[in-house]
Structures are given as C-alpha cells and as structure tokens.
Design a binder for this molecule. Structure first.
Ligand code: MRU
Length: 348
C-alpha cells in the first residue's frame, strides 16, 4: 500500500499535500503560522473530518510554539485567540472542536510548568494525535473489513481515505483492510459534485494502491445499484449525532436512500472523535454553506449563467434509520445508536 503523507509536523511548520491541486499536480505546502494553517483548512488544501482535527491541533501547537509569551498566564489569552481563529474555519466537522478542546485541556494540565516545557508538550500532544489517528483508522479497518463481501463491489462517496485523515483512511481504510485480508473488492467512486473529492481524490488514492476503481458521476449511482453491481456502501462522516444521524458530504443522503431501496447495506466509518453526544440529532448539526462559485464553475470555467441563484450546502444529514452500522476504532455500533454509540464513547 502506498503511504500518502496528508499532513506532517516539521520544524519549519505544518506540511500538507495540497488537495486542491490533486490529481494533476502533487505539490506540498508548508504553513509556517497558525493563521496559515487556518487558511489551509478553510480553502481545503487539507479537508476531511479527521485531517481537519489533526491539522487544527498542529496549528494550535505551532501558534503556541512561536508565541513570545514569557509565562503561562501570558500564554493563556494567546491560546484562546489561536483557538478562536482555528475554530472559525469549518463548522460541520466536529473533529475540529474536539481537537481544540483536547489542546485546551492539555494546556490546563500544564499550566504550572515553565513556558518552554508547555510548548514542548503541546507540540508532542499534536504529534500524538497524528499517530493516534492513523492507529484508529487501522483499527476501524479491521472492524469494518469483515462486513464487506469476500468478492464484490463497494460504492463510496466523497473522499474518506488517507487524504481525509492522518493516513490510511476511514471508509477507504475499511476497503484497504478488506483488500489486505485477501478480499476482492471493486470500488465505485461517486465523483461528488461540486468539489469533486471523489473524482479528484478517491480515484487518485485508490489507483495509487492498485485497488480496482470505477469512477461514476453522482447521478449514476441509482442505475448502477439497480443493475445489481453494488454489494455495500461505505462512507465517512463529519459529525455523528447521539441518535446516530450522520452528517457527511452533500449527496450522501441520496446514496443512503438509494441503498435502502435496493437492499444494499449502508455503512459509516468514523473515529470516536466524530461522534458528538452533545448534539442530540441531525437537525442540530450546523451545515457549512460554501461559495456559489463551487457550483457555477468547474476547474475555473464558468458553466452557469451570470447571476443565477445558487445553494451550496457542503453536507447533508442521513437519518440513522438508513445506517446499517457505524464502524469505529472501538468496534461496530448498530441500532439503537443512542445506546450503542454512548457505550463506545464511554469505553475509553
Ligand atoms: O468538505 P470535505 O471534503 O472536508 O468533506 C469531507 C467529507 O465529507 C468526508 O466524507 C468526511 O470528512 C469523512 S472523512 C473521514
């Protein structure tokens, strides 16, 4: 399997593969300040819920490391400012807020230590989150691989691969683990309008690993399911509410309904950091609205009339009734999710 370095800590700053340039250019950018990291999250140089979480932690660590504060008391309000900037980037992926809370908690533990020690440990915490994320994805892969057929096709939406995380991937991690265990899996990747994460990122990532992949436009999924070509659907998540409702890339809800209609299991793979027990159900999940140009333009070329009214919600919510199982690093949750998710979260 190829090793894709989605993001990494370096002494010069946080280094990202620029996902806005893939698949035609494989270029890397190094963000040297926390403001640059915030901008990389906002502009989707880095994207995908777990990757956003780890990037946020590394951005905070960078801001703390480069602070001129002499004491923890001087550093505290600065940390709050850094967290505010990082927290204002993308609203839906709860991993962002989970990462901020974890870094704030770490600072609180270190409050009586010398500033140099605080800086060192904050950087180490962000690096630990990077390592933990990859381990979580690998564990998720093992739990999820058994759910896939020994030979068959799996449809996925958006990019829930190594590029959406510190590495390995959530939904694609499950597919990778199934392939590693000897299963013969063919992937159907939805192109994922309007930002085309499926066409640009999932197809690129799976081809790099020689996993057989067919790219389809989003509106082909129903017909392909009806032809009996899909055995399972696996997607990622940006936030899972306490009752099991799942926010994920716009178009996921449509895929879930199609899957139910055709009797195909619809699985969600996500780390525990994506489960938000404080949000009771999907109606309370904030949905990011993005620029209308993502819809009116493709690869910089205008495809819609000037001045057309556009809606561009980046995510939708799939009600829990459509979800056959939620695969996490701590095991597989099934309905009733209010109970199964709570016990996995509390199994820490
Ligand atoms: O807007 P994006 O590209 O950040 O959206 C990403 C998704 O919707 C992914 O499916 C989700 O983050 C899960 S990735 C593990």
């Amino acid at each position: 399997m190829s090793v894709i370095k989605t993001l990494e800590w370096t002494d010069a700053g946080v280094r990202f593969i620029d996902q806005t340039k893939l698949p035609t250019e494989e270029v890397y950018v190094t963000c040297k300040t926390y403001e640059e990291v915030a901008n990389a999250i906002k502009t989707m140089i880095v994207r995908g819920a777990p990757a956003i979480g780890v990037s946020a932690a590394m951005g905070i660590a960078l801001g703390v490391r480069d602070s001129k504060a002499q004491t923890a008391d001087e550093l505290a309000p600065e940390l709050e400012r850094i967290c505010k900037v990082i927290g204002a980037t993308r609203p839906t992926a709860v991993n962002l807020f989970w990462a901020i809370r974890r870094m704030q908690g770490k600072f609180a533990q270190l409050r009586d230590k010398p500033v140099a020690e605080i800086k060192r440990q904050m950087v180490a915490e962000a690096q630990r989150m990077h390592v933990e994320d990859i381990a979580a994805n690998e564990a998720m892969g093992k739990h999820g691989a058994v759910l896939l057929p020994s030979r068959g096709s799996v449809l996925t939406h958006c990019n829930a691969g190594a590029l959406c995380a510190a590495g390995y991937g959530t939904a694609l991690g499950v597919i990778r683990a199934a392939v590693e265990s000897g299963k013969q899996i063919h992937v159907f990747a939805d192109e994922t309008r309007p930002f085309l994460q499926g066409a640009r990122l999932t197809a690129w990532e799976l081809m790099k690993d020689n996993i057989p992949t067919t790219l389809i436009s989003d509106n082909m999924a129903g017909a392909i399911m009806r032809q009996g070509k899909i055995n399972a659907v696996v997607v990622g998540a940006d936030r899972i509410a306490a009752n099991g409702d799942v926010a994920n890339k716009i178009g996921t809800y449509t895929v879930a309904i199609l899957a139910k209609e055709h009797g195909i299991p619809f699985y969600v793979a996500a780390p525990i950091s994506t489960v938000d027990l404080e949000t009771p159900d999907g109606s309370k999940i904030p949905i990011e609205q993005r620029a209308s140009t993502e819809v009116t333009h493709m690869a910089g070329k205008q495809i819609a009339p000037d001045g057309v009214v556009v809606e561009n919600p980046a995510f939708d919510v799939t009600p829990h009734e459509y979800v056959a199982a939620i695969i996490t690093e701590r095991g597989v949750a099934r309905a009733p999710y209010a109970e199964s998710l709570k016990s996995l979260v509390e199994a820490d």
